[in-house]
Design a protein around this ligand. Structure first.
Ligand SMILES: *Cc1c(COP(=O)(O)O)cnc(C)c1O
Length: 499
């Protein structure tokens, strides 16, 4: 399998090369040149496999320049009992007859990013060797909160790599911030940016394509790579859990071979739901992909109107990992749906850059709305959903997952569709405990308590255990105190690398 850039500037790139580079030199994203297809019986065969076996079964079709042994090495080092607190890795929990919740947060940082970021460093270290790279790999990350910590955990002390994480200083929760600024490891740097996530992401993108810096990097024998969801090595492991959820439903007898299901995905950068789209293209029987947004509902509008317009107020919400106005991975979807034509993609992307806006034609709009349904949940609705689900099922969900559940309800009301549905649960309720406690116990319960004290409150009320990764966070020493303006990010990188 070879990879090409969505902007047409590069083709015939091996998976190791694509993973090492992260982003294509023309600013585009790498996508597989060909489709991978699974038959119904190949999918059914996954029912009796472990998560790790399912991962191996899928990944080897995309990482064809890795040996089976190498992929197995990556898989079995990433999805371990030590790192994940559930043996099933991505367990499926039945909420009611029609709805399953796919819990993607059993990894070390309690959000779905671990599913990819626990395995990406293994892919990357092997990619470096395979491509004959001699330089040190510098991982640059812009994070809306969860990616940063997950990447730091994944890359800490990984030989031949350094990781620099930029997070919006006032745009992440207390727990998220403490997770990042207390990060241990010899090769890790965490820096707060005065701005929002889009500022951090634009800053990182600019650094990647900065010619002057590239020359300095070459001289210093450093090479940038990305752990953001623009890296194919992050996207491909996410395909696995959509097949895994389907295989579990087959195994439980909830569906039979060939039955279609819906997936609901709380969406920000469009990475998670794009993996579901790839799964569908590979033959996974999907009826609809439901794209759930919060008040930053650019994607809802895009799906419904064909106009992508980021010229709007950026809202800080209680589901901060979805507070995004530029969903980078959408570019991959557009490229796929044009049948791999870089021309329109370049036009849309330059229009986005210049005017903050682009409009797709009616054919494209129709294709998108046949596959996707878009909706959003506002702050009050999100909180109400957490309360309602807890009252009805005794099951606690976090704010991001609640956006998904609420949008699913709206989908059912709007379409009457009763197809069995899997809702991706993207974070542990403990990670966004302030809002969850507020939803379940009311405002009074928050008074005079820090997020760290609220962990205990939530554990007691819901009879759940506080995940290891979040316990005693407030007692750990702060190791990273750096803050910079959005204009100084390049300088920060240069100073860390001594350029
Ligand atoms: C990152 C994240 C999302 C959004 O995922 P995308 O791949 O960016 O669309 C949703 N929920 C949580 C908890 C996240 O960390």
């Amino acid at each position: 399998m070879y990879y090409e850039s969505t902007r047409g500037g590069l083709k015939s790139v091996s998976s190791a090369e694509a993973i090492k580079r992260g982003i294509a030199p023309d600013g585009g994203l790498f996508v597989p040149e060909n489709k991978v297809s699974f038959t119904g019986s190949e999918i059914s065969a996954m029912a009796d496999m472990s998560y790790q076996e399912r991962a191996l079964y899928i990944l080897k079709h995309y990482l064809t320049d890795y040996s089976d042994e190498e992929i197995a090495d990556c898989v079995y080092n990433a999805y371990t009992d030590e790192k994940f607190d559930d043996k099933r890795i991505a367990p499926l929990v039945q909420l009611n007859e029609n709805v399953n919740i796919l819990e993607l947060w059993h990894g070390p940082t309690c959000a779905f990013k671990d599913m990819a970021l626990q395995i990406l460093p293994h892919f990357l270290v092997k990619a470096v060797r395979k491509t004959g790279e001699t330089g040190e790999i510098v991982i640059l990350v812009a994070t809306s909160g969860d990616t940063g910590k997950a990447a730091l955990e994944g890359f800490k002390d990984v030989e031949g790599t350094r990781i620099i994480v930029f997070y919006p200083q006032d745009g992440v929760s207390q727990v998220q911030k403490m997770q990042m600024v207390t990060q241990e490891g010899k090769n890790v740097y965490t820096i707060g940016v005065e701005g929002n996530f889009d500022d951090a992401q634009s800053g990182v993108k600019a650094i990647f394509t900065d010619e002057e810096l590239k020359q300095k990097m070459d001289k210093g024998n450093f090479k940038f790579s990305s752990a953001n969801s623009i890296n194919w090595g992050r996207l491909v492991p996410q395909i696995v859990y959509y097949f895994s959820a389907y295989a579990d439903m087959l195994k439980n007898g909830e569906i039979k071979e060939g039955d279609k299901i819906n997936f609901v995905v709380p969406t920000g950068n469009f990475g998670n739901i794009l993996a579901a789209f790839y799964a569908m293209q590979m033959g996974l029987p999907v009826n609809r992909l439901i794209c759930a947004s919060n008040d930053n509902n650019v994607l809802t509008d895009f799906i419904n109107t064909g106009v992508y317009d980021k010229n709007r107020e950026f809202k800080r919400t209680i589901s901060p990992s979805m507070d995004i106005l530029i969903s980078s991975n959408l570019e991959r979807l557009l490229f796929e749906l044009t049948g791999h034509d870089p021309l329109p993609v370049n036009n849309w992307m330059s229009s986005l850059k210049e005017t903050g806006k682009y409009t797709v034609d009616n054919t494209m709009k129709k294709k998108i709305s046949e596959i996707f349904w878009g909706g959003y949940s506002n702050e009050a609705e999100t909180l109400k959903t957490i309360e309602a689900i807890y009252k009805e099922y005794g099951y606690v969900i976090d704010t991001h997952t609640a956006v998904g559940v609420d949008v699913y309800d709206k989908y059912v009301i709007s379409t009457g569709d009763v197809t069995k549905t899997v809702i991706a649960s993207t974070a542990s309720p403990f990670k966004f405990n302030e809002s969850v406690v507020k939803a379940v116990l009311g405002n009074e319960a928050l008074k005079g308590r820090t997020e760290f004290e609220l962990l205990e409150v939530l554990a007691k009320e819901c009879r759940l255990k506080i995940p290891e990764g979040l316990k005693d966070l407030d007692k750990k020493p702060v190791l990273h105190k750096q803050v910079c303006s959005k204009f100084d990010m390049k300088q920060q990188v240069e100073s860390i690398l001594g350029l």
